[in-house]
Design a protein around this ligand. Structure first.
Ligand SMILES: Nc1nc2c(ncn2[C@@H]2O[C@H](COP(=O)(O)OP(=O)(O)OP(=O)(O)O)[C@@H](O)[C@H]2O)c(=O)[nH]1
Ligand SMILES: [Mg+2]
Length: 354
């Protein structure tokens, strides 16, 4: 939205009604303030490492949850990243219950320590999603940090290739076996590999090199990055941030509505109501409805669809009206009808101009 539009609104409202003007200034400041991301969870679950792996400057680590040494942290960030390791406890559940719907995501960190293979890690993450009611993604934060900070070196690639070609299935059963095994390369360079990539990373690299011994160091680094799970976590993070911004827009419109009702003279009220009827406000309302937690299952990770022409707008409007008519509960119906209205509005303006 055009920032100057809001600044001009503030000026006009302030001229009519200084008190409402001041309240509007505060509401606009809240609407525009930078996003705040909190990273939280119990002690030692890997919160600092996950924050480093995400590499977001605005991320803040809270005091740990469920610790005898700290008061429970207030989880009021625009996005709250909850880090789990191993299982879900009652304290985790309780802490997440305090986060407003639509603002939390969870990471099942130390996925390399989950006994078993990749499917059992996914099962564990899905279990946590079900138990917590918050989408939970598996992650090996240490590997993500390492693969982002520095790639597999030429020396490491040489050792990994030699080990991969030896094809010893028992090699990666444990760190001790890996160092002690009778295999190409010396124990020192294998220990160095473990120090940087740990057994999980080494195992993933060897599997990749067994399938394709020609892989470059850069390609192996990319495979390690993928194996860490960080890409999915980053994607979920940006979805959450986008939604948090949209939900904040919805709260801003609610505040403006309240201010319009409170305004004494008709001048300020007319200005505020004019804004609420504007295309900019309609867009904010549409995005807020799209981000509504009640329809998250339908919308999933999709961004708000912008119709290319009137026909498409009409099709989208119909789809959402139809959805609103189903058995979707009151909040779901409200969000769906708001989206329907938004597309009807888009249809009418696209019809006029195109
Ligand atoms: N195996 C494994 N270890 C990890 C992973 N992520 C973090 N760790 C290790 O877990 C330990 C704690 O990590 P931190 O990032 O300091 O965890 P934290 O939650 O910030 O810890 P506190 O702030 O001290 O409560 C460190 O030894 C990390 O190296 C992971 O994905 N896998
Ligand atoms: Mg920490």
């Amino acid at each position: 939205m055009d920032d100057q539009e809001l600044d001009r609104l503030i000026e006009r409202v302030h001229r009519c009604d200084p008190e409402i003007g001041m309240a509007l200034i505060a509401a606009v400041a809240e609407f525009r303030r930078p996003m705040r991301v909190q990273i939280t969870g119990r002690e030692g679950t890997g919160r600092t490492t996950v924050a480093t792996a995400l590499g977001l400057p605005e991320i803040v680590e809270t005091d740990p949850v469920d610790s005898p040494d700290f008061a429970e942290p207030e989880l009021d960030g625009d996005v709250v990243v909850y880090v789990l390791a191993a299982g879900v406890t009652d304290a985790d559940r309780e802490a997440l219950r305090s986060v407003p719907a639509g603002h939390a995501m969870a990471v099942l960190n130390k996925a390399d320590a989950v006994r078993g293979d990749c499917p059992s890690v996914l099962t564990a993450a899905n279990e946590a999603t079900k138990v917590l009611g918050v989408r939970t993604l598996p992650l090996v934060a240490t590997l993500a940090v390492q693969a982002t900070a520095s790639g597999v070196t030429t020396t490491e690639l040489g050792v990994l290739r030699a080990l991969a070609s030896a094809d010893r299935p028992t090699l990666t059963l444990s760190p001790d076996l890996f160092v002690a095994a009778d295999a190409p390369s010396d124990a020192g360079s294998r220990r160095a590999l473990l120090e940087r990539w740990e057994l999980f990373g080494v195992t993933a690299a060897l599997a990749a090199l067994q399938r394709n011994p020609q892989l470059s160091g850069r390609a192996v680094t990319q495979i390690l990055n993928a194996a860490s799970g960080i890409d999915a976590v980053r994607t979920a993070m940006s979805t959450r941030l986008r939604r948090a911004a949209s939900l904040r827009g919805g709260r801003f419109l609610d505040t403006v509505e309240r201010l319009a009702a409170r305004a004494l003279g008709s001048g300020a009220r007319d200005e505020l109501e004019g804004f609420l009827r504007s295309a900019a406000a309609a867009q904010i309302g549409l995005e807020a409805a799209w981000a509504s937690p009640s329809i998250e299952g339908v919308v999933a990770d999709h961004a708000l669809a912008v119709p290319a022409d009137a026909a498409q707008a009409l099709q989208l409007a119909r789809w959402w009206r139809n959805y609103a008519g189903g058995d979707v509960g009151a909040p779901g119906r409200r969000a769906a009808l708001a989206i329907h209205h938004g597309y009807v509005r888009a249809w009418s303006s696209l019809g006029q101009h195109g």
